[in-house]
Design a protein around this ligand. Structure first.
Ligand code: GLU
Length: 517
């Protein structure tokens, strides 16, 4: 039998409703944020709703604090849902744990229809099946081949079944996968995808404690919440046949959302899915924000705390698996909304490139207003800078921002504006140091100390006068002056630095360096 669903037109009569459905089990991987982002962009592009549904039915995987953390990440990224546990709409509750009572009736309906069955197998019974029915090439699973040998409502007599249910014997409800069918659906990214039902196992739909598994819950919730399009990671593709059948068996087929299975985000070398461990190994973040696992206390750094701007982060993520068809790489959120189309999401995985991610951040740092950068920098300098006025900080940021790829690099590039460098690269000065240069710097310090005006232009003027009087080359004097003020051969324009650190400090740093040489 061949069963196929046509792809419905993208904008049908219904309002677009999409959902991000994370399980609160840990840090939010950048792949998860990209799923949120594509949901969000698609919803906004089509004037639809974006729903956050927390899939916390699996209590064994539940991690406290993870839901709040997901909300923090979405808030930081500026991609907030229209409906969520915190901001419920008409289709709540938005946490599966609060929807528990809803699901069992559908599982029972399926049993009644003959599309699902009760299964009373013990852990040992399941293990024995896996052992007894495995072959050289195939692992055994609970399916058409093995279900006839197991303890379930398909093999038990009516009386046995009634007794077991009457005694509340622990049991699950499993879907009964049909035999010899090819299921086909049209994925918005991959086009026609087909599955052989013989290869899919009889997944548990309702667990012994009466709670649904992901498979049942996702279908029931997408239906009841009137979801029209479902974007999820490629890893969920193998579950699609089960979901397809549930939509069909429950009689909701015409309401089934259009699915888009998003390509994986790959390790930089393209060899497999990017994991948190790759980030640890290669020294870059993989989670959106810092995450501390409450069970192990293990801390993992996030893009936010590494010094990414949220708009750079989402611009970079948008391009990781999608292209606009234009040369342009920098897109504001509004531009992304305007240009985003599922037709341009790639089928193949996207390699993560940390250098490119930093390039995006660098671009955004350049175009961000210095006063906003002052705010964004606070967490990175809170323990460093002595109270200073925001105005000076904004000026300094303006001077060094072109050197920054991460906000976290600010201190390393700018500490000398606020505190005297602990060490000076004396060797860099010594190469060209002689009696003439020494005399020049003594003279320069005197002239600076006597200055009445102190700004970039007057400082340069005084410097030029001293160069002329001492009869040395300007080029020979510039580098040593920089090293004296900064500590090394880096930083923005040396007169701008002198202006910011002030007369007294400039003179003191020159005199201190002379005494060391
Ligand atoms: N709870 C699933 C997850 O954590 C959701 C998958 C889906 O979107 O259907 O990825």
């Amino acid at each position: 039998m061949y069963y196929s669903l046509p792809l419905r037109p993208l904008m049908n009569h219904k309002k677009v409703r999409v959902r991000f459905a994370p399980s609160p089990t840990g840090g939010l991987h950048l792949g998860g944020v990209r799923t949120v982002l594509y949901n969000y962009l698609f919803a906004r592009h089509h004037g639809g709703d974006f729903v956050l549904r927390i899939e916390d039915t699996d209590q064994s995987r539940f991690v406290s604090g993870a839901e709040e953390y997901i909300m923090q990440c979405l808030t930081w990224c500026g991609i907030l849902p229209d409906e969520s546990p915190a901001n419920p709409g008409l289709y709540g509750p938005y946490r599966q744990s609060e929807r528990k009572a809803l699901y069992a009736q559908y599982a029972l309906q399926l049993v009644e229809q003959g599309n699902a069955y009760f299964a009373f197998d013990t852990t040992e019974g399941l293990e024995a099946m896996r052992e007894n029915y495995k072959t050289e090439h195939h692992n055994a699973q609970y399916d058409a081949r093995t279900r006839g040998f197991m303890r379930n409502s398909l093999t038990l007599s009516k009386e046995e079944l009634t007794d077991l249910l009457a005694c509340n014997t622990p049991h699950v409800i499993r879907i009964k996968m049909p035999v010899d069918q090819t299921l086909v659906f049209t994925d918005m990214i991959r086009g026609k995808v087909s599955f052989d039902t013989n290869l899919v196992d009889d997944k548990v739909l309702l667990k012994a404690d009466g709670t649904p598994t992901y498979h049942l819950a996702v279908v029931v919730d997408d239906y009841l919440m009137k979801i029209t399009h479902a974007f999820r990671g490629e890893e969920w593709l193998p579950s699609a046949p089960v979901h397809l059948l549930l939509w069909q068996y429950l009689g909701w087929e015409s309401e089934m959302p259009q699915w888009a299975h998003l390509p994986l985000i790959l390790k930089p070398d393209g060899n497999g899915k990017l994991s948190k461990r790759d980030g640890d190994r290669l020294g870059f973040p993989v989670f959106a924000m810092d995450w501390t696992d409450p069970r192990s206390n293990e801390q993992t750094i996030g893009f936010c705390e590494r010094g990414f701007l949220p708009e750079a982060f989402i611009n970079m993520l948008a391009m990781l698996g999608w292209n606009s068809g234009m040369e342009q790489e920098i897109f504001s959120k509004d531009e992304l909304i305007q240009h985003f189309s599922i037709a341009r999401v790639h089928k193949g995985g996207a390699k993560f490139d940390y250098e490119k991610a930093k390039w995006y951040n660098h671009q955004y740092i350049q175009q961000t207003d210095n006063t906003r950068l002052v705010d964004l920098l606070q967490p990175f300098i809170a323990d460093k800078i002595l109270p200073t006025d925001a105005c000076k900080l904004a000026t300094v940021i303006g001077l060094v921002k072109e050197r920054l790829h991460l906000l976290g690099e600010f201190w390393e590039q700018a500490s000398f504006f606020f505190i005297r460098p602990e060490t000076i690269d004396i060797a860099a000065i010594q190469a060209k140091w002689n009696e003439n240069t020494k005399q020049f710097f003594v003279l320069l310090a005197q002239k600076f100390a006597a200055s009445t005006d102190w700004n970039h232009d007057t400082i340069e003027l005084v410097f030029n006068e001293a160069v002329a009087e001492a009869g040395i080359k300007k080029g020979e004097a510039m580098l040593p002056l920089r090293v004296m003020l900064v500590g090394g051969k880096f930083g923005p324009g040396v007169f701008a630095i002198a202006e910011q650190i002030g007369i007294t400090e400039t003179v003191a740093r020159i005199e201190q360096a002379i005494s060391l040489l």
